[in-house]
Write a protein that binds this ligand. Structure first.
Ligand code: GUN
Length: 280
């Protein structure tokens, strides 16, 4: 059996079209949603991601501001910029691209972002609200994962979902979102004793470990929905996920490719979160 491919690129394109129409309607009423993206330093991957975010904002008609700050930026300078953006009426969403250079205190920076503009959903208040089931801005990649699973028509209710990875950005929030859909959720990580045994019981797998081709076809339950969050660049320049696509697609029922799976959804959800923040 060969799995059906979950086309994140096309799903994200459709979402961007819908958002663009909504933005046109808002602009006709004299209101433009605005997103500020802050990048500190020269990390090549971050530069690419921020470029994609900037382009997507412009395409849907947002007011877009991108702050590309030098590696030497101090904590005080960064906090001051966030303070200014928190008070800027034209800015409804603020995103500080991670990771920050080592001398900066990431937690303090995230905590400085006003929760109502926290379109990444990384602020402890946003994370706490998600945890207790209150309305909040939900982290973009996890939100994109759930959207893709739902789009397959797969009913999560009562199904066994295994999340591999426990980061604050993906693993933990995606586990909560799956729980909200009434799945039975297991979170696996680097200390998990028998990952293969856990995965072989999973109707849904969300892989977010950051290790190329870590999950292979022999670890997948036949027919499972496999969502691969990993974006790993090999020495030969090729981009691969955390799941070994060629072997996993022979076992899975549905699978996301890398690239073209979860990646484009993250940006579509960022746009959706910005629109939501602008309208609240
Ligand atoms: N770095 C990798 N993924 C993300 C993300 O979703 N948001 C931010 N701010 N930084 C990231």
């Amino acid at each position: 059996m060969s799995a059906k491919i979950i086309d994140g690129k096309e799903t994200a394109r459709k979402l961007r079209e819908t958002i663009k129409t909504q933005v046109e309607n808002l602009k006709a009423k004299g209101f433009t949603p605005g997103l500020a993206v802050v990048l500190v330093g020269n990390d090549p991957a971050s530069q690419v991601y921020v470029g994609h975010k900037e382009k997507a904002c412009k395409e849907v008609g947002f007011h877009s501001e991108v702050y590309r700050l030098p590696e030497t930026t101090s904590q005080e300078e960064l906090l001051k910029l966030i303070d200014n953006l928190n008070n800027d009426k034209n800015i409804h969403g603020i995103l500080v691209q991670l990771p920050l250079p080592g001398h900066l205190n990431e937690k303090e920076v995230i905590n400085k972002i006003s929760p109502v503009k926290d379109v990444d959903g990384f602020h402890p208040l946003s994370a706490g609200a998600l945890f207790v089931g209150e309305k909040s801005l939900v982290p973009c990649t996890p939100k994109g994962c759930i959207h893709l699973i739902k789009e397959t028509g797969f009913d999560l209710q009562g199904k066994k979902a295994v999340v591999v990875g426990r980061s604050n950005i993906v693993g933990k929030p995606v586990a909560i979102l799956l729980l909200n859909e009434n799945a039975t959720v297991t979170i696996c990580h680097s200390r998990t004793k028998n990952l293969k045994a856990e995965l072989l019981e999973a109707d849904v797998v969300v892989a977010a470990v950051g290790k190329p081709n870590f999950i292979t076809g022999d670890m997948i339950k036949p027919g499972a929905v496999v969502i691969d969050v990993g974006i790993n660049r090999l020495d030969n320049g090729k981009l691969v996920g955390d799941v070994e696509f060629e072997t996993a697609k022979e076992k899975a029922g549905w699978i996301t490719p890398v690239p073209g799976g979860v990646g484009p959804m993250t940006i579509a959800m960022l746009l959706q979160n910005t629109l939501e923040a602008a309208q609240s």
